[in-house]
Design a protein around this ligand. Structure first.
Ligand SMILES: [Cu+2]
Length: 117
């Protein structure tokens, strides 16, 4: 009698071909920023209240066809200048912790608050 019960463990895939993730050297363990991105889309900032680190460099991506800016409303804490539709820009967060309102100079109803920690 040959009752084939021994080979049915539910695994019908061949041995895993996925390499161990340990071979990747591209993931620093520190949660340091540097990759914060603000998106402009449909005449709004996303996120509208980004949390960043003091002095962090922030990328701004404009997905609209209209030009936008990210401009601090108080003083000139930061300002991307004009970012044409489909383009991106950068700015550097203030070195001082706090909350900084910003606006698009072309569209005053586009507002947000940069939270610097
Ligand atoms: Cu705008």
């Amino acid at each position: 009698m040959l009752l084939a019960t021994a080979c049915s463990d539910g695994t019908d895939e061949p041995a895993s071909t996925s390499p161990s993730p340990a071979t990747s050297s591209s993931s620093p363990s520190s949660p340091t920023a540097g990759t914060k991105t603000i998106t402009m889309e449909d005449f709004a900032f996303s996120p509208a209240n980004p949390e960043v680190r003091a002095g962090e460099k922030i990328t701004v991506v404009n997905k609209d066809s209209a030009a936008h800016t990210v401009t601090a409303t108080e003083g000139d804490a930061f300002d991307t200048g004009t970012i044409s539709g489909g383009k991106s820009g950068t700015f550097t967060a203030p070195a001082k912790v706090g909350e900084y309102d910003f606006v698009c100079t072309f569209h005053p109803n586009m507002t947000g608050t940069l939270i610097v920690r």
